[in-house]
Ligand binder design. Sequence first.
Ligand SMILES: Nc1ncnc2c1ncn2[C@@H]1O[C@H](COP(=O)(O)OP(=O)(O)O)[C@@H](O)[C@H]1O
Ligand SMILES: O=P(O)(O)OC[C@H](O)CO
Length: 504
Amino acid sequence: MPNGAHYILSIDQGTTSTRALLFDQSGSPMRVRQKELRQIYPQDGWVEHDAEEIWEATLDVCRGLLTAGTHVENIAAIGITNQRETTVLWERATGKPLHNAIVWQDRRTAELCAKLKAEGKESAVQAKTGLLLDPYFSGTKLAWLLDNVPNARVRAEKGELCFGTIDSWLIYKLTGGKVHATDATNASRTLLFNIGTQAWDDEILGWLGIPRALLPEVKDCCADFGLTEKSLFGAEVRVAGVAGDQQAATVGQACFEPGLMKSTYGTGCFAVLNTGERQVASANRLLTTVAYRLGGKTTYALEGSIFMAGAIVQWLRDEMRLISSSAESEALAADADPNSSVVLVPAFTGLGAPYWDPHARAALFGMTRDTGAAEIVRAAVESVSFQTRDLMEAMTADMKAAGLESPQALRVDGGMVANNWFMQNLTDILGRPVERPAITETTALGAAYLAGMQVGFYGTPQDVARHWQCERRFEPEMVEAERTARYGRWGQAVGRVLTRQAVL
Ligand SMILES: Nc1ncnc2c1ncn2[C@@H]1O[C@H](COP(=O)(O)OP(=O)(O)O)[C@@H](O)[C@H]1O
Ligand SMILES: O=P(O)(O)OC[C@H](O)CO
């Protein structure tokens, strides 16, 4: 670490934008640069990003911060956090991508997943990787690239190509092609990584026809990921911390103890529960994943992923035109008839955890002659609370089966948590306290903490946890009978849109 360095530079490469932030020693964000990312939809259900565009935007936002008064010598280290599962294939010698990156949302490998399921491989995949046979994860996307890019498999076998999630791609580019590495959290989302042994799994690689020579080295989240090429920023800077965005948010929320849980409400919602050293297998179709790996020690988590959270509010604004800004949803929901029993099941692209029903479609139930915009907005926002309760129920059941305590409170972040009506409703539907931190830039902060812990800029996880401050704690106010009645109506409504048997 350069003497007297004041900041950690955190790169947050997300689905819709690329951001760079500077954090000081107290964990406060000082400055931010952001660039939107082009979404490419070549066919129905396909989603791609231009990997070169991601790299150029990353360079641009980092340079933007460094030319705005902060000298590169002032940077102690770089942390990287990223949209997970998104898959890049590039030429080892030139760094040239062979295809657009296939984004986590892309469904093109649904058939391959169904075939593997029909062959009875899902339980082995789940036991080894903690994941399900769903197109969401990188493994089948990489298999698709090897099958569809001319000569790719032959070249991959010769070691001429590199596979990586976005973190690997950025590490490779930042180090001028010297380092091909990832961290254990990103590896745990590929479907190729055995989270028990912390090694790439030869059997799964065989099923998908993926040569080992393609794969990055898997490191701890705090590790030496190499020095940036001098020409990029005028001096070399160490890349010292890496984690997938939901895991980084878990670190940023200081969920370092088993039983601590965070939920991020951006476009979608991702809830992550720290289960400590225990690799809790889910009987409720949640994911078992790596929360973080520090000093060679893996901490595991249960994760629930919901595809639609803030995106439902965007739908109210852009398609239904019931509101003119996301923020307006708060006043309208508060205005709704409190006895309204309108329920929206937001299965616009199917339902994620714990249902995993890609064919379910959205529906509104329970409307009466006096139902208006306010009741529909309320139902839309409340559907995010109900979905979180579904995840909480599934997590509680899995934890109980493992003989572990279920989470007592929930730490939240992401754009939607600015909505106080949503916060109170979430608290009421969960029947558990919800805590909103003072710093809600938790994803970028988590990557900064990881890099900073590696180079001695921040102390231990315990020191970092002392920085976490609650801005507002919400306590349940709804009476139990109402909570039960409302959640019961949600369960019935979901039952009516599912195309197959629910697990709950
Ligand atoms: N006051 C609000 N009430 C409800 N939803 C909101 C509010 N403010 C922002 N949002 C929603 O939050 C989302 C943006 O959150 P953000 O964390 O920036 O998402 P992402 O990182 O996925 O792009 C949008 O979908 C937006 O509709
Ligand atoms: O980029 P985000 O914030 O939409 O997060 C994407 C997730 O990592 C997908 O698993």
